[in-house]
Design a protein around this ligand. Structure first.
Ligand SMILES: [Zn+2]
Ligand SMILES: [Zn+2]
Length: 447
């Protein structure tokens, strides 16, 4: 629908805009953006005290479908996405079957279209069956619409195969999203190889398990000229390699997750399986190095690595419970509250990391409110404080280490292509309250 958003602060790093502005939406697109647009003949939404951003884009989520629908479905994952302010997500191919054929890509796209919430960019497997032996049919997958390649969940252990993957993806103009882990160094580990794991008697994963793989992939990028994206960087050691690579002129992009920015190994105390993730939560010096790298731009962007699991799976003992955290519905308010409000990171840089940068890395539209762009946007309420309540997640994955954290900066309106998908926490075609709430807001003319 056509709509004028008025009275809010607009932050759009794609065109270096920040300040009070009016935004006109017509036919699903941004028609105009200016300090004042004069009288217009469309419904008006007053946004005093709110912040308008380009829709958030998460290039690292696990939607679990096909094959593990007891953990998440494409529909529930996308409901979680729009609830968290995300207008687009890229989904990892470690489903069952993995995304290594045209048919599976088509299946995901069809399910996503049926859910009609956030946009979905499927990622294809690097190797057939994600078995790490031979390359998946990358050209066929590209033709079917994947926006990048990854064997996430596992690394590609064979360096020659990874080199060829970077070369092939480069020829297709697509990025390779690398899960950096040396399996021989990480073998059997369930937590960071530090003091907490030692005290709890848990086998550790050293920071070197990640750094060895980061170093290899950076060198392979130099060899291939490929579009290398490094997933979930977790340690100071890896950050120092990124600094070296930047200095050496090696091209890469990198992501960090909200949990690695805010938590340390201490979160696993009491054998808390909701803090069990891969790569593991590390130490305070690692956490600080990640924050600094995000601030400076050495790490380009934030991705959630949304990894929903069933409660019964996370209730297993620490050794056998699966790795991962349900991240879509807490990511933005977590970093708004703990980095922006505390003066660690500017809101402008956070928006860039959540929106403009992931669009650039994936080579997709979005991450902008420039006139002509699709009206994918999110409105944030910077002041309203609310506790994280996993029971209220749209995601089937209730596995969060942030339960009961009091946060602010929650999204209150998410719009995709000019269509409102979430309003005040109610999600279109998921919440029975969605229509009455949205119609009430429209009638009142303010959010
Ligand atoms: Zn991974
Ligand atoms: Zn992942």
């Amino acid at each position: 629908m056509d709509l004028l958003l008025r009275g809010g602060i607009i932050i759009d790093p794609s065109c270096r805009r920040e300040g009070p502005m009016e935004l006109l939406i017509q036919s699903g697109r941004v028609a105009a953006l200016a300090p004042s647009l004069g009288p217009v003949d469309v419904p008006v939404l007053e946004l005093a005290g709110k912040i308008v951003l380009p829709g958030l884009i998460d290039l690292h989520v696990h939607l679990r479908e096909p094959g593990e629908e007891h953990k998440e479905t494409i529909a529930t994952g996308l409901a979680a996405a729009v609830a968290g302010g995300f207008t687009a997500v890229a989904c990892m191919p470690n489903t069952s079957p993995p995304v290594d054929s045209r048919e599976t890509v088509a299946y995901i796209r069809e399910r996503a279209a049926r859910a009609d919430l956030a946009r979905v960019y499927p990622l294809g497997a690097i190797t057939a069956g994600q078995r790490g032996r031979e390359l998946a049919p990358m050209a066929e997958l590209a033709e079917a619409g994947v926006k990048g390649f990854s064997d996430d969940g596992r690394p590609v252990p064979d360096s020659m195969l990874m080199l060829r993957a970077l070369q092939s993806a480069r020829a297709l103009g697509l990025p390779v999203l690398s899960h950096c882990e040396d399996l021989s160094l990480a073998a059997g580990g369930v937590a960071h190889g530090g003091g907490t794991a030692a005290r709890l008697g848990l086998p550790g994963i050293p920071a070197a398990a990640e750094a060895v793989a980061v170093a290899r992939d950076l060198l392979l990028q130099q060899e291939s000229g490929g579009l290398l994206h490094l997933a979930h960087i977790s340690s100071r050691l890896s950050v120092s390699l990124l600094a070296w690579a930047r200095e050496a002129g090696i091209r890469f992009s990198a992501e960090v997750t909200p949990h690695h920015l805010l938590l340390t190994e201490q979160a696993i105390e009491g054998f808390n399986t909701n803090a069990k993730m891969n790569p593991p939560l590390r130490q305070e010096e690692d956490r600080q190095a990640l924050c600094e790298a995000l601030c400076s731009g050495l790490i380009d962007l934030v991705a959630t690595d949304h990894a929903p699991h069933h409660q019964k799976e996370k209730e297993k003992d620490f050794m056998t419970a699966p790795f991962g955290v349900s991240g879509l519905e807490t990511a933005f308010p977590l970093l708004f509250t703990h980095l922006v409000e505390r003066g660690v990171l500017s809101l402008y840089r956070l928006v860039e990391a959540f929106s403009t940068a992931p669009a650039r890395v994936l080579g997709v539209a979005g991450g902008t409110l420039a006139p002509g762009a699709a009206a994918d946007l999110v409105v944030i309420d910077p002041l309203h404080r609310k506790k994280v309540q996993k029971e209220n997640f749209f995601s089937l994955g209730k596995n969060t280490p942030f339960q009961d954290w009091e946060l602010q900066g929650y999204p209150v309106l998410t719009m995709v292509g000019g269509d409102v998908k979430m309003c005040r926490g109610e999600v279109k075609s998921c919440s029975s309250n969605f229509l009455p709430v949205w119609q009430g807001v429209l009638k009142e003319g303010r959010l």
